[in-house]
Design a binder for this molecule. Structure first.
Ligand code: ADP
Ligand code: MG
Length: 361
C-alpha cells in the first residue's frame, strides 16, 4: 500500500508539566525507522502524553522532536503525516464505514474517484473488503476497531500511533487482533508507536518496548532482554512475575545466606543486591546437585493448583518467600510437594539475575 518510506523519530529532553507535576520528564528516545515500538507503563505514567506529543495535540514545554531530519515540535497535527488510533475508536456514528474511512482523504481534498478506490483498498487491508456501505452500528467491536485502523492508514502515513487500541475488546478478540495488527505492520512497514499497560500485549507485539514510569523511560529494550535482564525491580515487577531475595556481592562472589551463587553476568562492585527469581525458572529438583544450576534449600509453605500449572510458595533459609511454578497435570514428573515438605530448588546460572537493591526509579 505505502510506497513512501517510513521515518525514524528522535526525542531529546522532551518535557511536559501540568502544574508542578511532570507528565514527561526530559525524555530521550530514538525510535527506528519501520520499527514497532511499544510504550508500556502503569496508568498515569505519561504514555498518552507522549503519544499526543508525537501526534502534535500536546505541545511540550521544552525539548526537540524530529521525524527523520525535520524538527516538528511546532508543526500542527494535520501536517505531520501521522495516523492515529485511539482506545474508543471514535468513529462517526452517522457515517457509513466508507464515509468514516474516507474522511481523512476528503479533509486532504483527494478526488472522489480516488477516494473510493483507496477506501476499498484500506478496507481490504483490514479484511473488511465489501463492508463500505454498512452503517457503523451494524459492526462488532472488533470490526469497529478495524475501521478505525483503516481510517488511520488510508492516507498512507509514514508514522502510526496507537493508544491502547484493543483495550475495549474481550480477551479472545484482543489476542487475535494483536497478531493481526503486527502482521499488518510487517506488511506496510510504517514506524509504529503503540501504547499499552498490558505487559503480555507488549511482549507479543513489539520489536522493542520502552517501559515508562513517572514520565521517564526506565528501560528500552527487546521483549526478551526486558524479561531476562530487567534493569531494576520496577521493570522486573511490571513485566512478568518474580520474587526478590536480598543477597550480597562480596569480593566478586554472590552470597545468599552463607552459600555462594554462580552467575553468568559480572556481579559488579561489592554491596547489597536483589536476586530476581522468576517462578517458572525455579525447578524443584528430586536428586542433589545439577551441573549449571545453583541450589536453594527451601520449605514449602503452600501449594496452589491453577489449572495450567501449580504454584508452590516456599521459604528459603533466610526467611524469604519465593514462588515456584510447576506442571500441574500427569506430566508433572514429581508429586506436587505439600506444605511442610523440604525441597531443593534449582536455578540455572544463566537465570541468576541480580538487580540493584535501591529500586527507586
Ligand atoms: P497514561 O496514558 O500513562 O495513563 P497520561 O499521559 O494520560 O498517562 O498522564 C500522565 C500524567 O499527566 C498523569 O499524572 C495525568 O494526571 C497528567 N495529565 C495528563 N493530561 C493532563 C491534563 N490535560 N491536565 C492535567 N494533568 C494531566
Ligand atoms: Mg493513557
Amino acid at each position: 500500500m505505502s510506497n513512501k518510506s517510513s521515518l525514524p523519530i528522535t526525542l531529546r529532553q522532551v518535557t511536559k508539566r501540568y502544574g508542578a507535576a511532570y507528565a514527561l520528564d526530559h525524555v530521550d528516545l530514538d525510535i527506528r525507522s519501520g520499527e514497532f515500538l511499544t510504550l508500556l507503563g502503569p496508568s498515569g505514567s505519561g504514555k498518552t502524553t507522549l503519544l499526543t506529543v508525537l501526534a502534535g495535540f500536546t505541545r511540550p514545554d521544552s525539548g526537540s522532536l524530529k521525524f527523520g531530519e525535520t524538527e516538528v515540535i511546532c508543526m500542527p497535527p494535520q501536517k505531520r503525516d501521522v495516523g492515529m488510533v485511539f482506545q474508543n475508536y471514535a468513529l462517526f456514528p452517522h457515517m457509513t464505514v466508507a464515509g468514516n474511512v474516507g474522511f481523512p482523504l476528503r479533509l486532504r481534498g483527494v478526488k472522489r474517484e480516488d477516494i473510493a478506490r483507496r477506501v476499498e483498498h484500506a478496507l481490504e487491508m483490514v479484511r473488511l473488503g465489501g463492508y463500505g456501505g454498512r452503517g457503523v452500528h451494524q459492526l462488532s467491536g472488533g470490526q469497529c476497531q478495524r475501521v478505525a485502523l483503516a481510517r488511520a492508514m488510508v492516507f498512507e502515513p509514514r508514522i502510526m500511533l496507537m493508544d491502547e487500541p484493543l483495550s475495549a475488546l474481550d480477551k479472545q478478540l484482543r489476542e487475535h487482533m494483536q497478531i493481526e495488527l503486527r502482521q499488518l505492520h510487517d506488511k506496510l512497514g510504517m514506524t509504529t508507536v503503540y501504547v499499552t499497560h498490558d505487559q503480555r500485549e507488549a511482549l507479543t507485539m513489539s520489536d522493542r518496548i520502552a517501559v515508562i514510569n513517572g514520565g521517564r523511560i526506565v528501560q528500552l529494550d527487546t521483549p526478551r532482554a526486558l524479561y531476562e535482564r530487567p534493569a531494576n525491580r520496577f521493570v522486573a515487577e511490571f513485566i512478568g512475575e518474580s520474587s526478590f531475595v536480598p543477597v550480597a556481592v562480596r569480593e566478586g562472589s554472590v552470597v545468599l545466606g552463607g552459600a555462594a551463587l554462580a552467575t553468568s553476568a559480572h556481579p559488579g562492585q561489592d554491596g547489597p543486591r536483589l536476586l530476581m527469581l522468576r517462578p517458572e525458572r525455579l525447578k524443584i529438583l528430586s536428586a542433589g546437585a545439577v551441573p549449571g544450576m545453583n541450589i536453594l534449600n527451601a520449605r514449602v509453605q503452600a501449594t496452589v493448583y491453577q489449572g495450567d500449572s501449580s504454584l508452590v510458595q516456599a521459604v528459603l533459609a533466610d526467611g524469604s518467600v519465593v514462588s515456584v511454578r510447576g506442571a500441574s497435570g500427569s506430566n508433572a514428573g514429581h508429586a506436587c510437594p505439600a506444605a511442610g515438605d523440604s525441597v531443593t530448588l534449582g536455578l540455572a546460572v544463566d537465570d541468576t539475575v541480580l538487580l540493584p537493591q535501591d529500586s527507586a526509579t
